[in-house]
Design a protein around this ligand. Structure first.
Ligand SMILES: [Zn+2]
Length: 1109
């Protein structure tokens, strides 16, 4: 082409190239590019165009080829610059303003040039935008192909910030808005969507500039875009236009700081060793608008950096060397006292073997009918009164193996009832909850009405901070007694009186004087699991338009603060009609509530104590609601970029009236749920980052089950520290002390003055004979911890299941006790849990990043948990398995993270040869076993990579320093499952507890599969298996046969890896799809088809076919 001099051969070559490139794949074009095709075409263009009378027979096919090739050539803009092709194209375009066909071809070339931002900026300098505005006219049905191309070129040019600036200075914003209005109102048949879309795209690019946003608002852009779209929100065909409008409105919505006096937590705690308390981060009105203003025009050559992989530890020395002890060896001796089981002589036991076996099992076997000694009234826990716990069989009563045999748990799966299944629905349809289960409830209802309880009052039964009983306000105590008598409650492993006693010993930073009703009264899981909420199409759009309406139509805006931790209580006048909020109770953390409209409230969550961040967990009380009215709640200071709330997860609700009607339960609730970036920013000064931090809104609607109820709303099923302490006491009393060794002791005191419990569970020796004692002392250890992250209450429910199973009479539990000693720290961060934190301890730090070198004074629970593990190692009793229970906010199901050198190096594609590296692969067995056993568990989400950023987590430190090859993090979704028998269901507490018992069974099978497994255990297990019709055996075979099955090695990190779901809910989505290959290709193809006609083909419907000379 470059060497051809005569017209005929050039035409022929272009013809051949055109034919060659119009079929086949992109590979042909890439080949042409690699052989200098772009250069040849550009050279030909320049040569042809510079002649006195350019030959359009050559230019038109040439432009088509240029566009086609240029699209795929990343350096095309640069090449065009070098060949000075920009100028000649602009000149050609100017010459052909009235010749549509020629102009169209020039525009295609310009559009391809403009893909490069620097080239686009150059075009802008040379007057390309003025030229385009001459072409883009108000609504017409003529030359729409040209108008469309011109609009698209303009949009491409405006990606350059200098072009955008020029456009703002020349007043293009108002012109573009007028054009938008004009096309939008005239194009009633939606025939010219692409032009309308491109016009909006222009505005969106301009809105990237601060001056652009100002010009947009000054030109009434918010009002114009808002009103033009209001009447067509439901029109599916307008989808591309509406989504762009929404993006622009969100971009131009004025940014502001959160409506808080300070970003720091409302609670502060003076910690030892901290520097003088920092001044609170005061939030002031300031400039949030300069995001990226200074940025120069740059081509973003997308560098595909694998960020996750960068985080992988590739230093083999760091991976495989074992660091020394982090403390003086003699310090370890203090932990001897925490392992009394190794030294106890059990003198109370008689030496006759087998004595304990005749113990009357029935007395202890069934935990679910325990009369706790702690209840002074000796409440009659009549089984028949339990109206709705009955449908779901109590898990512990069926043996775990038989449940595995059935392939799933006993949890009743609801037929997928569709979205928004409301467990209260039956209650509502029968009036005030007169359930099918009969008279008891109606009796309760009667008394409920007679007494006309002030149920707001009973939600505050924590009897003052003083410890003495005499200080009890008598009425409250009597009220509670009366309530408990008239509304007998029976929740397994729970006792309200004991809870109150324990609550008095729980120390909070702000000295809570109240207890939340649900924690006090107890929770009984509803009879069926709840489906995930089906997301209604367009729900986010509606919510965002409602938010924008606050600015544009403020007539119904109330904006009244109705609750605030920062203001003296009480804030609300009792006469007003608004909802009442409260959160000063254990794990509660609502900081502020603002009534925005009559039925809409903005809520702000408190930051973690001594911190300015970590808002995710929430728990608060709300009362004074009206019946059958949908309230909208917006939690406006969330921080994560995405949330399971966008994918079917619902918050949880507890109704006091429902509880008094015999249904004390947390249930998933809420609809019209979505999660999106809002207009609140934190100033850069506070975060120390380059630009201000963004916030996200979680919005949900709730229709409360009863009027004038007292309800509690939470991120997930709450599980307080006091609940744990109550639970442990009841567990201890529930066991047969002749069979079960259950010891509860204090690992250490926390910074906040609470005891961190340590639990030891094993089987009592059959007698105190030397042989039996020796057997006990030789049992391997299993160490389980949980709840280092206080917002991960799901971890506590899994732990509850684990503890209850381990002390149960299930034969598997007995075998486990007889063969292992369990050391369990069920709550590593009591202070965080108590004070409503999501992530941190009272110092404001993440305790699961402190395992490398914890301090006895600053991170006592981590220091002593690690010390205990070191001690076990020092006496040669390194645990078989270490597992730390967590909750996961981005992924579904339950899964394990473990540690493997080889997998880490492979994943990182490390140059270090891994072939001669020997690694024990036993870390894979437990996840595989659990994959077969536990309905909620999936191997496919497990990962065994060691990340640099996780070097100080429990999992990595216990693996590396203690040499525990089976060191895990167990992650449970806050949401639910997308596989297995629970697919499509959200987790209830039953499923989480079941996971805890399945984890225990997994530990047994892991042992059976190990070479070190004792003959005796194998025999016992075999007997058990036969009794269970070899179901377990079957499972074992499946496990081993699948030993080589595919297990995806993912690059996700523990705790909170980035969300991998495909939907983008942020405001500044930068994917335009404007440069899609196929789209421009199609235009060109269409045109090429008509090229012989030599006339303009209009896109519009009918008419408009006109030849233009
Ligand atoms: Zn966690």
């Amino acid at each position: 082409l470059q060497s051809s001099s005569d017209r005929e051969s050039t035409l022929t070559i272009l013809q051949v190239l055109g034919d060659l490139l119009s079929v086949g794949t992109d590979r042909r074009i890439c080949y042409v590019i690699s052989k200098g095709g772009s250069e040849a075409l550009l050279q030909t263009l320049v040569d042809t165009a510079r002649t006195a009378s350019p030959d359009y027979d050559i230019l038109l096919p040439l432009f088509r080829l240029l566009a086609k090739v240029g699209l795929r050539d990343k350096k095309f803009g640069q090449k065009a610059l070098e060949f000075e092709a920009l100028d000649v194209t602009l000149i050609l375009a100017r010459k052909n303003l009235s010749h549509s066909q020629n102009l169209l071809h020039c525009l295609w070339a310009l559009r391809v040039f403009a893909f490069s931002v620097t080239t686009g900026a150059m075009l802008g300098i040379n007057g390309a935008m003025e030229l385009l505005l001459k072409v883009i006219t108000p609504y017409t049905q003529k030359r729409t192909r040209v108008i469309r191309a011109a609009t698209e070129v303009l949009a491409a040019l405006l990606k350059s910030k200098s072009n955008s600036r020029r456009a703002v200075n020349r007043g293009y914003v108002a012109i573009l808005l007028r054009l938008h209005q004009d096309w939008h109102s005239h194009d009633t048949t939606n025939s010219y969507m692409l032009i309308r879309r491109a016009l909006l795209l222009c505005l969106r690019h301009i809105a990237n500039l601060r001056s652009g946003r100002e010009a947009f608002r000054a030109a009434q852009g918010m009002e114009i875009l808002f009103s033009t779209t209001q009447n067509c929100l439901d029109d599916k065909s307008l989808e591309p236009v509406i989504s762009l409008v929404l993006q622009i409105l969100r971009q131009c919505y004025p940014k502001s700081p959160l409506p808080l006096v300070t970003a720091s937590s409302a609670y502060s705690f003076p910690v030892p060793g901290s520097t003088a308390s920092e001044p609170p981060h005061v939030l002031t009105e300031e400039d949030f608008e300069d995001d990226g203003e200074e940025e120069e025009d740059k081509d973003s050559d997308s560098e595909d950096v694998k960020k996750e992989d960068d985080d992988l530890e590739t230093d083999v020395n760091k991976l495989s060397s074992k660091p020394g002890l982090d403390r003086p060896e003699e310090e370890l001796m203090q932990y001897e006292a925490m392992c009394l089981e190794l030294s106890c002589s059990f003198e109370e036991l008689e030496s006759k073997p087998g004595d304990g076996l005749n113990f009357d099992k029935t007395q202890y076997a069934s935990h679910h009918h325990i009369l706790t000694a702690a209840s002074p009234k000796g409440l009659c826990l009549n089984k028949d009164q339990i109206s709705w716990g009955q449908e779901r069989e109590v898990p512990v009563q069926t043996s775990l193996l038989s449940r595995v045999k059935m392939g799933r748990s006993n949890i009743h799966l609801t037929s997928k009832k569709g979205p928004g299944m409301n467990p209260y629905r039956n209650a509502q349809s029968n009036g005030l909850g007169i359930g099918s289960s009969g008279s008891e409830i109606s009796d309760i209802q009667a008394s409920f009405k007679e007494d006309a309880w002030d149920i707001d009052a009973i939600s505050c039964p924590r009897i003052s901070a003083s410890f003495s009983n005499s200080a009890r306000p008598r009425e409250t105590a009597e009220l509670i007694d009366k309530l408990l008598q008239t509304h007998p409650t029976h929740v397994a492993f729970h006792d309200p009186y004991l809870y109150m006693a324990k609550a008095r010993r729980t120390r909070s930073v702000s000295d809570f004087t109240m207890t939340a009703f649900p924690d006090f009264w107890g929770h009984c899981p509803p009879p069926s699991a709840q489906s995930m909420l089906e997301r209604k199409c367009g729900v986010q759009r509606i919510k965002i338009f409602e938010d924008v309406r606050r600015l544009i139509q403020p007539s119904d805006i109330i904006n009244k603060v109705v609750f605030s931790l920062d203001e003296p209580w009480p804030l609300q006048d009792t006469t007003s009609d608004c909802l009442r909020f409260f959160s000063k109770f254990e794990s509660g953390n609502l900081r502020k509530a603002i009534q925005v409209r009559e039925l809409e409230y903005d809520l702000l969550i408190n930051a973690d104590v001594n911190s300015t961040q970590h808002q995710q967990w929430f728990y608060f009380k709300v009362s004074r609601m009206r019946e059958a009215v949908p309230y909208r709640f917006n939690i406006i200071n969330c921080e994560k970029a995405n949330s399971q709330f966008n994918y079917g997860m619902q918050p949880t609700l507890y109704s006091v009236k429902e509880a008094l009607l015999g249904r004390p339960a947390w249930v998933r609730t809420g609809y019209e749920i979505c999660y999106y970036k809002n207009h609140y920013r934190q100033s850069a000064a506070i975060t120390g980052a380059e630009s201000g931090k963004c916030y996200y809104t979680l919005t949900f609607a709730v229709t409360f089950p009863h009027a004038e109820d007292v309800c509690y709303l939470a991120y997930h099923y709450p599980y307080t520290y006091t609940a744990l302490m109550t639970h442990l006491d009841i567990l201890e009393k529930s066991v047969n002390p002749k069979q079960v060794y259950f010891r509860q002791e204090v690992l250490c005191q926390t910074l906040g003055g609470n005891s961190c419990p340590l639990v030891t569970i094993t089987a009592m020796p059959e007698s105190n004979s030397a042989g039996h004692l020796e057997q006990l002392r030789q049992r391997p250890y299993q160490v389980i911890t949980a709840r280092v992250h206080p917002g991960e209450s799901n971890a506590s429910w899994v732990m509850k299941g684990t503890l209850e199973f381990l002390v149960s009479s299930d034969p598997v539990a007995r075998l486990l006790r007889e063969n292992f000693i369990f050391k369990i720290i069920p709550m590593l961060n009591p202070d965080g849990v108590i004070n409503g934190n999501h992530r941190c301890s009272l110092r404001g730090g993440d305790l699961n990043r402190q395992w490398l070198s914890p301090s006895a004074h600053l991170q006592p629970t981590i220091y002593h948990a690690k010390g205990l593990l070191h001690y076990l190692g020092s006496i040669g009793r390194r645990p078989m398995v270490f597992c730390d229970f967590h909750g996961h906010s981005q992924k579904r199901n339950v899964f394990l993270y473990g540690c493997s050198i080889k997998e880490t190096l492979w994943q990182a594609e490390s140059a270090v040869g891994t072939s001669n590296l020997l690694e024990d692969v036993s870390y894979r067995t437990l996840p595989k076993v659990l994959d077969k056993l536990a309905p909620a568990f999936t191997l496919s989400s497990c990962s065994f990579l060691v990340e640099k950023s996780r070097a100080s987590t429990a999992r990595v430190v216990v693996w590396r320093e203690m040499g525990v090859s089976r060191s895990y993090t167990l992650e449970s979704s806050y949401c639910g499952c997308n596989q297995g028998p629970y697919q499509g269901l959200q987790f209830g507490t039953s499923e989480l507890e079941e996971m805890g018992s399945m984890f225990c069974l997994g530990l047994l099978i892991l042992e059976l599969k190990s070479v070190s497994c004792s003959h005796q255990l194998l025999t016992c297990a075999a007997a058990l298996l036969n009794a269970e019709e070899s179901s377990l055996d079957h499972h074992l075979q499946r496990c081993s046969s699948n030993a080589t099955s595919n297990s995806s090695i993912t690059s996700e990190l523990d705790d909170e890896p980035p969300c991998l779901e495909e939907i983008d809910y942020g405001t500044d989505s930068s994917s335009d799809q404007e440069g899609s290959f196929s789209e421009l290709d199609r235009q060109i193809q269409e045109c090429a088809f008509h090229r012989d006609e030599g006339e303009e083909e209009e896109e519009g419907p009918g008419q408009g076919r006109k030849a233009i000379p």
